[in-house]
Design a binder for this molecule. Structure first.
Ligand SMILES: *[C@@H]1O[C@H](CO)[C@@H](O)[C@H](O)[C@H]1NC(C)=O
Ligand SMILES: *[C@@H]1O[C@H](CO)[C@@H](O)[C@H](O)[C@H]1NC(C)=O
Length: 364
């Protein structure tokens, strides 16, 4: 009995001494995975071969038989090279001064990029292409298509001769505006300051021309505007697709801008206007509907006193308020696209007169 036990213990010792260390095991694993992958590769190869001519197929089969792949390397050699490459990669990030410094930054970045790329790839495989497009450009067009008329209508900007219509068009099609006001914050007290507010001037097919906002007094811009409500709103055609499509720089006067000056007024809760503002604002900015209660969001609108439109060359145009409110941006033929106006050299200041020298002279 004792002898038998001793024999068992000895046997166990012999087995456990078998030189399979962790590294070796790892390589074994890797070999196995590689073999599996290779087999799968060969299977597809085989299928490809069957599609080709008989002669090519025969040659390929012969190659496979000789254990030689396309590059003329034997499978063993290929495998050895892969192991070597892997070892080299590992030693690169372990080598520096014997200290474990970790992988170099470029490696990590490359890894993250690859991971992100694969994630995108998976995403694009599962999400239909036109849905992806909509998601990437999730602007008003999505709304136009979905909720309003049920029909996708993309209206083109009016011609540059229709200045009031252009002002209405930009205000109506802007989802946000840059708001300029006078700062009351300690660091910039008394200086001009700008903020970005989401705006909506009406439902998709029913614009009012008055930009409505939904703002919180936690915003420093709103705090300053509470003390001095005078401000100017700047909006540009560059917020839509038109300028990009026509290759117009945002500073190009043909990529029109509109500047509304006036005072910011809050809209009283419980009034008819409040209900209207709520409807038209959240129609375009549904994500702002559920703002935290303690941020005390409220509706505001711009009481417009002056309108400037920069469209085409020759300086900005003043639009009388009555003309602005009488114009309708919805009435333009949606199927007609606005042609990019030609450059009229005579209207560019200094371009065709001796004034140009003044512009070119360096500042003294
Ligand atoms: C457009 O809005 C105004 C109020 O701003 C309303 O009186 C009018 O009926 C609306 N028109 C349409 C077609 O919805
Ligand atoms: C308006 O008043 C109603 C009822 O008092 C309240 O539930 C709502 O939160 C108020 N909305 C805003 C934006 O102040």
């Amino acid at each position: 009995m004792r002898l038998a036990l001793l024999a068992l213990v000895l046997l166990a010792l012999v087995i456990s001494n078998h030189p399979i260390d962790a590294r070796h095991k790892g390589e074994e694993n890797w070999k196995q995975r590689y073999r599996k992958w290779k087999e799968a590769e060969e299977q597809t190869h085989h299928h490809d071969v069957l599609i080709g001519t008989d002669e090519a197929a025969a040659a390929r089969v012969q190659d496979e038989h000789n254990d030689v792949n396309n590059d003329g390397l034997s499978e063993k050699e290929l495998w050895r090279q892969r192991i070597e490459a892997k070892k080299q990669r590992q030693s690169q990030w372990q080598a520096s001064d014997g200290k474990q410094e970790g992988r170099p930054m470029s490696d990590i970045t490359a890894w993250h990029e690859e991971k992100w790329r694969r994630k995108q790839e998976r995403h694009y495989k599962t999400v239909p292409h036109d849905l992806q497009r909509q998601k990437r450009h999730q602007t008003r067009e999505l709304k136009l298509e979905g909720e309003s008329s049920g029909k996708f209508v993309r209206k083109s900007p009016p011609p540059h001769t229709k200045v009031a219509e252009m002002a209405r068009y930009i205000v109506h099609n802007s989802d946000w505006a840059a708001v300029a006001y006078t700062s009351r914050q300690p660091e910039t007290f008394g200086l001009p300051m700008a903020d970005i507010f989401s705006i909506s001037d009406g439902l998709v097919d029913n614009s009012t021309g008055v930009p409505y906002m939904y703002i919180s007094p936690l915003d420093t811009g709103v705090q300053d505007l509470a003390k001095d409500s005078r401000c100017s709103l700047a909006m540009s055609l560059a917020q839509g697709n038109y300028c990009k499509q026509e290759g117009l720089d945002p500073e190009d006067p043909r990529c029109a801008h509109v500047f509304l000056t006036g005072k910011l007024k809050t809209v009283k809760n419980g009034t008819e206007e409040f209900a209207r503002a709520e409807k038209l604002f959240f129609d375009r900015h549904p994500k702002l509907r559920n703002m935290p209660k303690d941020h005390r969001f409220r509706f505001a609108k711009l009481k417009i006193s002056n309108i400037l439109v920069q469209d085409y060359f020759g300086g900005p145009a003043h639009i009388p308020l009555a003309e602005y409110f009488a114009a309708k941006p919805e009435e333009f033929n949606p199927s007609k696209t606005r042609p990019v106006p030609e450059v009229d050299a005579e209207l560019i200041p200094g371009a065709s007169s001796s004034d140009s020298e003044k512009w070119l002279r360096p500042i003294e």
